[in-house]
Design a protein around this ligand. Structure first.
Ligand code: ZN
Length: 211
């Protein structure tokens, strides 16, 4: 569902530009709003969420899909934790659909999807591993990297239940906005993927704004 925000960027508390291949880590307070803007179009922002109080509670794709009765995320979607509590709500969205089934790119999936020689190419899981290593105060480990959301990524599910990685539906300036319903750690990997038509084989920066 397309729903425009009532917020203006000039009133944002903080702004960040995140290059493709970089990670972005931020702790949102309950009631704060975060907007991710796809600056050049067809980018994927692979994102994990954890409860700031106890990181063993984190975003759960299966709980979210079951509770909303739908596979895709857009305005109105409430993101659930693995304890089935409300974590964030998508309060504005000008892209219209975001994936939470396809998972993030990893060196392993690069070899399966593309070619054995792609194994050494930078993947989202590498950026997340770097983030948790550089921020050991969070206490996150490899096995805490679980369900994620691929904001702006178009992964249609076929009638047979298969996943297809299709051309992007996002465009320059499209954004998604989330309100925190609990104190939430946000960890974005701005995808460095060079082999996927979802981003037009061209990873580009995203803008993050906080209110
Ligand atoms: Zn990726």
């Amino acid at each position: 569902m397309i729903l425009e925000s009532t917020k203006t960027l000039s009133s944002a508390l903080e702004r960040f530009e995140v290059e493709a291949g970089d990670y972005f880590l931020y702790t949102l307070k309950k009631g704060q709003t975060l907007r991710i803007t796809d600056l050049e179009g067809n980018q994927a922002a692979d994102t994990l969420f954890y409860s700031a109080e106890d990181t063993s509670e984190r975003y759960s794709a299966s709980d979210t899909i079951r509770e909303q009765g739908g596979l895709y995320l857009s305005a109105g979607s409430v993101l659930k934790t693995n304890l089935n509590r409300d974590m964030l709500k998508i309060v504005a969205d000008t892209c219209g659909r975001h994936d939470t089934v396809g998972g993030a790119c990893a060196t392993e999936s690069n070899t399966v999807r593309y070619d054995l020689e792609k194994r050494c190419m930078h993947a989202c899981r590498d950026s997340w591993m770097l983030a948790i290593q550089e921020h050991d105060e969070l206490g996150l480990k490899k096995d805490d990297i679980t369900h994620n959301i691929n904001f702006f990524m178009n992964v249609p599910v076929t009638e047979e239940g298969g996943l297809t990685f299709a051309d992007g539906i996002s465009a320059p300036g499209k954004y998604v906005e989330l309100e925190a319903l609990m104190d939430t750690i946000v960890l974005i990997s701005n995808c460095p993927q060079l082999n996927n038509p979802c981003n037009g084989y061209n990873p580009t920066p995203v803008d993050v704004a906080i209110w």
